[in-house]
Design a binder for this molecule. Sequence first.
Ligand code: DP6
Length: 319
Amino acid sequence: MNDGSAEARGPANIALIKYMGKRDPGRNIPCNPSLSYTLPHLFSTVVVSDASPGPDRWEYLPGAGNAALGLTREGEDRFLGHVRRLCDLWGHPASVLVRSANNFPADAGMASSASSFCAATRAVAAFLGRDETPAQLALLSRTGSGSSCRSFFGPWCVWDDDRIGALVFPVGPLLHLVVIVDGGRKSVRSSDAHARVGTSARFAGRADRARRRLSDLVRALAGSDWRSAYEISAAEFVDMHELFGTSDPPFHYRGAESDRIVAECDAFWARHGDGPVVTMDAGPNVHLLFRQDQRAVLCEMRERYARSHRVLSSEAETA
Ligand code: DP6
């Protein structure tokens, strides 16, 4: 049992091989395997506590470093629904109060479902004194939001059906920078994107393409082949955005501004024979990953983009 309240954190993650399309939408079983890098500097905190009888409730969790957060009705229902499923599964019919916050701004356009569902799953488990392994918790978290299952492992995580596990590559801890092109709410949420891409003629063969890129990327990272990692990651996010653009009806997140930033990174690679690994999720923001020895490049790019955009980075301003 619990002593009235439990707190847990969950990190965000950025996929280089994307989870896009569900074989079983009820359980968030993906059509293809995915590979992500865990982002410990972007995290959610969730506190679960006893509540007076009545419906379960969600509240914003104020605290140092927490950014103001408001959930839509739908977002709140989905989040509380996940917590209730876990409470029922683990024999806790009594009402709970769920408080949560992210350490990154809600209007930064950063997906928070991975970090928040990971943190919620951990918090409910701690609240009820459960001793499930991280792999078991990850599987339960997947039902709430698919990509959250990858947040249980790092520095890298590979997710294929029911298999979720950590990978380590010689490149070591990476540095992260995201250029926020648009922080507003997305017109098509990633949960809907998963359903829509099935209407694209390009969806046939998508699982094979992702699987092939996954093995190529694992080989590249295992062999410290950073250029191949950049090329494979680029092909992968372009493939996903082409699925969006060829769906019926089509939808788009990539605009001229995202394209300009991606093109500038490509030009940097062409000039220097080196550069960041670039990727985009189901949104217009551009994520860049750097090796430790590329810190100066990150700082230079962060300074440049901070003049025109909001940026979030794993590296402090003074680095
Ligand atoms: C484009 O995990 O947000 O970020 O399972 O419906 O919650 P649900 O979807 P979600 O999908 C994330 C899709 C993506 C790619 C990725 O993270 O792999």
